[in-house]
Write a protein that binds this ligand. Structure first.
Ligand code: B12
Length: 451
């Protein structure tokens, strides 16, 4: 039996589709590990590979986030035309199961590891069920190192990504993670993490820990950072803003080699923080927070959501000024996007404010709902203006002029985002998609990948 695990590509019309540094899909390398040994398994990531629809796979399993869903469905339909069985999993099928089922033989809702072996057996014996769902969250001591050998040699920036915890105790209105996995917070045994890291050290000293909230359990975080210190990685991850309130944890995380953190500042408005369910951010003056990270040698990749109900046309300039004055090392400015299953989506549905269900538009670069404090066009223009200015040389030089150790990550990152932004506005098909064909169902028009 042969299984092809596929990650759909990103549209060259959005910034992630143009970014040269690609990350490998950990969902697929993880599922590959849990595939029975007598099954041949390959991984195809359309961001770096071309899909071979005639590769003789018996089963094709596709992972998909919401903005990839239309592309995932195209790929699924194309394989199904060739009588190949299709499994869909990941955030979108988990939150839109009925829709996903119309393009698949079976779907997986939630985590895959615990049921993947059983699903393969069912496929082998031609008795696939329609929906697979593990009622009990995976005990993370059962996680095994992902099959990174299957992605070696592909053009990723690096393959050193790892997951250490799952879930997040916060309750942000817009977040898909807590909507799907709840607020439970699970951790892997430290020794298992260290063993995996020792292997990764052979590849590179740079590491990306994909966890949503690395400090959800303080005692665990302290032990983890302590265990990581002697390994001497230079690493990046996600952490909430309130980390800066804990001086001893800040010291530990810094000493363990953390060079960069993705931090959800989300907004500069207290009213917005309250509405999005992140009141804890209010306690911390954002400028002081940036300074604290910098004082510990940690660069900040800030995230500001645009278009929350208390944002106005003035919000964009305020955010840019804040980023320049506090010397934010890097930032992303996602347009608020009501992903299926989130409390945000339920609220906007109740208020009759959802404008479209074209999932291509759910890439956080398009407006999919009616904002309160400005028009749809003003929000879109504000997004374009803010990115263009933040990625201008004037801003980059102002922000990362004062060099600290994280410059080795944020220098290339700013330049990479700047070039990707330019290419996005003047899209050239990235390498795997040399053959262009118009995808007629997409509102984005020129997303033209080929079968
Ligand atoms: C790392 C990460 C990224 C990385 C790498 C993405 C990659 N190539 O994998 C980067 C930084 C590039 C990224 C970018 C974005 N991301 Co992102 N990302 C994540 C993050 C934090 C971790 C993903 C991960 O590796 N998890 C570890 C693996 C093991 O878990 P998993 O993916 O959930 O897979 C498990 C199950 O879902 C299931 N499963 C998944 N797929 C399949 C398929 C099959 C067949 C089966 C059986 C099971 C299965 O089994 C797996 C094992 O249990 C998640 C949050 C999260 N907790 O997942 C957000 C998340 C997936 N991202 C999200 C978004 C929105 C984005 C962006 C669109 C946002 C933006 N504007 O920047 C961009 C664009 C994506 C792109 N072009 O790559 C959302 C998706 C929401 C949604 N409904 O689709 C999430 C959930 C964040 C959130 N809090 O809402 N992202």
């Amino acid at each position: 039996m042969k299984v092809n695990l596929i990650a759909p590509g990103w549209s060259p019309k959005n910034i992630w589709g143009q970014i040269k540094f690609k990350f490998p899909p950990l969902s697929l390398t993880t599922l590959a590990t849990f595939t029975p040994e007598d099954v041949e398994v390959v991984i195809t990531d359309e961001n770096v590979d071309e899909i071979n629809f005639e590769d003789g796979a018996d089963l094709v399993a596709i992972t998909t986030m919401t903005p990839q869903a239309n592309r995932a469905y195209q790929i699924a339909d194309e394989f199904r035309r060739r009588k190949v069985k299709i499994i869909l999993g990941g955030f979108h099928p988990s939150t839109m199961p009925e829709e996903a089922l119309s393009h698949a033989d079976a779907i997986v809702v939630g985590e895959g590891e615990g049921l993947w072996g059983r699903l393969i057996e069912d496929a082998r014996n031609l008795r696939l069920k329609r929906v697979y769902r593990d009622r009990v969250p995976l005990d993370l001591s059962k996680l095994k190192p992902p099959r990174r050998d299957l992605i070696r040699g592909k053009s990723y920036l690096f393959t050193n990504t790892i997951q250490v915890t799952r879930g997040c105790p916060l309750r942000c209105e817009f977040c898909s993670v807590t909507s799907l996995f709840g607020r439970s917070y699970r951790t892997r045994p430290i020794q298992a993490v260290v063993d995996e890291l020792m292997e990764l050290k052979r590849e590179s000293i740079f590491l990306f820990i994909v966890d949503d909230n690395l400090i959800g359990n303080k005692v665990y975080a302290e032990r983890l950072f302590g265990a990581m210190e002697p390994l001497k990685f230079k690493w990046a991850s996600h952490a909430p803003l309130h980390l800066v309130e804990d001086e001893s944890l800040m010291k530990l995380i810094s000493q363990s080699g953390c060079f960069a953190l993705f931090v959800g500042f989300e907004t500069l408005s207290r009213e917005n923080l309250s509405l999005m369910g992140k009141p804890r951010n209010m306690k911390i003056p954002p400028r002081d927070a940036v300074k604290k990270f910098h004082d510990h040698g940690i660069g900040v990749l800030a995230s500001f959501i645009l278009g929350y109900d208390h944002d106005t046309k003035d919000s964009f300039k305020r955010i840019l000024d804040f980023c320049n004055e506090s010397r934010i090392d890097g930032a992303i400015f996602p347009i608020l996007t009501p992903y299926p299953g989130t409390p945000l989506r339920k609220r906007l549905e109740r208020e009759g404010r959802i404008l479209t269900d074209d999932w291509d538009m759910y890439d956080m670069e398009h407006v999919t709902f009616r904002p309160m404090g400005m028009s749809v066009d003003e929000l879109k223009e504000g997004y374009e203006w803010l990115n263009a200015n933040f990625l201008s040389w004037t801003s980059i030089l102002k922000r990362i002029f004062k060099v600290h150790r994280s410059i080795q990550i944020f220098g290339p990152m700013n330049i990479g985002f700047r070039s990707a932004w330019k290419r996005r506005n003047n899209p050239q098909p990235p390498l795997p998609f040399k053959h262009i064909r118009l995808h007629k169902h997409s509102r984005l028009g020129k997303d033209t990948r080929k079968f």
